[in-house]
Design a protein around this ligand. Structure first.
Ligand SMILES: [Zn+2]
Length: 279
């Protein structure tokens, strides 16, 4: 393939990325064959914040703009309860920062279980409206740009890392504001899910009317696998204490256990821990 611009480099291993194709809108898709993730050239920061500043973004996710949790879809409550159970099982500590909190349902629920909670969001609507309704603080912006005056025991990034400009800088920043021994929980779509593998193959064979639409590029700048998440943790000097794949709560059927056994369920779930430093 000829191109005037050199292939971009991997953020983890610094090898050149391998161009595998284009999605249905013409976005280039690159893969690091070594680290096992996909990425696309990233839109300007302004495009991104405009997208998440639009209050309409939350419609269609089973949520609503008034943060009226009782009226959220049961599937949303079910999913958030599953997140909280996971947090309780694999982490300890009291203070929790939910990065990219969106509706704020996770910190809301966590608070009723005794956690001290705060959130962050790129959306002005969320950071300006939610605190008065929910009663906890929401910092506005990307965590790289926020000055925090404290550190946390647990930082959750649920469906966040795939939207970032640079997942390593986001993870490094999260590590900075984490207490020694603290935990970071990341949930992202799984590049190696059965669903993605099938749709990738159909896209490659030109059997899909809108190739690679399932990757949601433009929205998602990165598509990770468990392998790439482990390498990302290593690079940020974090220890992986738990990794698995799971179906969304509303799609967890009989095939779930089989998919999870082969790390082929829809989402990757990973828990990192910050190792206490002696110096
Ligand atoms: Zn790489």
């Amino acid at each position: 393939m000829t191109s005037n611009t050199p292939a971009p480099q991997c953020v983890l291993c610094e090898r050149p990325l391998h161009l595998i194709g284009k999605d249905f809108t013409g976005k280039l898709i690159y893969r690091c064959d070594n680290c096992d993730y996909l990425t696309t050239p990233i839109a300007d920061a302004e495009d991104g914040s405009a997208l998440y500043d639009n209050p309409e973004y939350f419609d269609g996710w089973g949520c609503n703009l008034d943060f009226d949790y009782d009226k959220f879809e049961p599937a949303v409550h079910q999913q958030v309860s599953e997140y909280l159970e996971f947090i309780k099982r694999y982490t300890h500590g009291k203070s929790l920062l939910d990065v990219g909190t969106g509706s704020g349902l996770l910190p809301h629920l966590a608070r009723t279980h005794g956690y001290e909670v705060e959130g962050t969001d790129l959306s002005k609507h969320v950071s300006e409206t939610l605190p008065a309704k929910a009663g906890f603080q929401i910092h506005h912006g990307a965590i790289e740009d926020i000055s925090f005056n404290r550190t946390y025991d647990i930082i959750t990034m649920l469906h966040v890392l795939e939207h970032t400009r640079n997942p390593l800088s986001t993870l490094n920043r999260a590590t900075e504001i984490l207490n020694d021994g603290g935990f970071i929980i990341v949930v992202v779509p799984n590049l190696r899910s059965l669903d993605t593998r099938v749709k990738d193959s159909l896209s490659k064979l030109k059997l899909k009317s809108r190739p690679y639409k399932h990757l949601a590029l433009g929205h998602h700048n990165w598509v990770f696998s468990i392998r790439s998440l482990k390498l990302l943790g290593e690079k940020a000097h974090l220890q992986v204490v738990r990794s698995e794949t799971r179906q969304p709560a509303w799609r967890a059927g009989g095939a779930h256990r089989m998919l999870a056994r082969y790390e082929m369920a829809t989402w990757c779930w990973i828990v990192y821990q910050k190792i206490a430093t002696n110096d």
